[in-house]
Design a protein around this ligand. Structure first.
Ligand code: HEC
Length: 284
């Protein structure tokens, strides 16, 4: 009996160790795999070489609320499919600030820099057309006025084409109505070169305005919406981080966590944490 029990224990211990080893290996594996460069053929360049193009917006319009949320989505790989997430690719990688990334290049999928073959199984199984046919990445400046959209297929509306890009081309999850509304409201502001130069009006969007995106979800205690906005805001903070502001931004992330943890159990504490977050962001 005792022997049997001892055997059982030893068995359990081995199983436990095995599970631990698996988790450990998975952890190492995933952290190695998470490096986007490892997923791209050598010689590829998905970032913008040099200064990003200017963001031109329709006169008198600031990025806030829906359009600001749309810009964060435009910058988020999570909007697109698994492949895009692994290589850190967002709408903004190809259409930086709503214009063109003329240095965009993926070995085997691009011809000249700034072109890309989207009908390739690299992006989604079933889209392979068996041809190497990279096409130039177009600018999205003034996009609200240039219907119909696409050169391979032609769709009459911007929402329809955007949905097609996300789901059919990049194998992303079908976007929610809210996601679409925000994304389209951002793209609708993209204007011709002769319009307002966004960077002349404000160099970077004030963080206060970014944090204010949390308020509707906080008020309605919509945890799903809150979580997805927090995710986008964390990505934005990640893009803004420098050695100088790192500690300050990390503190903001802790405050945001405080909101997230309290939103249902202690809404007053969550609102207080939100007020501090926005107030401090307005100061610096
Ligand atoms: C890997 C590069 C790449 C990424 C990422 C990308 N696009 Fe594009 N986009 C293109 C190319 C190439 C075309 C041209 C397609 C065509 O002509 O059919 C295009 C076309 C478009 C058009 C139509 C332009 C026109 O005038 O007809 C819209 C709108 C658009 N993209 C929006 C988006 C949005 C929104 C995202 C993110 C959800 C996105 N794109 C992500 C490369 C990209």
């Amino acid at each position: 009996m005792a022997v049997q029990q001892a055997n059982k224990m030893a068995d359990l211990q081995i199983k436990f160790l095995l599970v631990l080893t698996c988790i450990g290996t998975l952890f190492i594996y995933s952290s190695v795999k998470a490096d986007p460069r490892l997923w791209l053929p050598e010689g590829s360049q998905t970032g913008v070489a040099g200064a990003p193009p200017t963001e031109f917006l329709i006169e008198g319009q600031a990025l806030e609320g829906q359009s600001l949320l749309g810009k964060l989505l435009f910058n988020s790989p999570s909007l697109l499919g698994e492949k895009a997430v692994r290589i850190g690719l967002s709408c903004n990688s190809c259409h930086p600030n709503g214009h063109v990334n003329t240095s965009f290049y993926i070995s085997g999928l691009s011809g000249d820099p700034g072109t890309i073959d989207l009908s390739n199984s690299f992006w989604r199984k079933g889209t392979e057309d068996g041809k190497f046919n990279p096409i130039p990445i177009p600018s999205l400046r003034n996009i609200s006025k240039t219907a119909p959209y696409g050169s391979q297929i032609s769709l009459p509306s911007l929402p329809a084409f955007t949905r097609h890009v996300i789901v059919d081309e990049f194998d992303g999850p079908p976007p929610s109505a809210q996601t679409m509304k925000a994304l389209i409201s951002y793209m609708n502001l993209l204007a011709k070169e002769t319009s307002m130069d966004m960077s002349r009006q404000e160099k970077t969007i004030p963080l206060r305005r970014v944090f204010e995106l949390l308020l509707p979800a906080l008020q309605s205690q919509d945890t799903k919406q809150l979580d997805s906005r927090i995710f986008l805001i964390k990505e934005e903070l990640g893009r803004r981080v420098t050695p100088e502001n790192r500690t300050r931004l990390e503190k903001k992330i802790l405050q945001i966590k405080n909101i997230q943890e309290n939103v249902v159990t202690d809404p007053e504490a969550a609102k207080a944490a939100y007020d501090i977050l926005v107030y401090r962001a307005a100061l610096n």
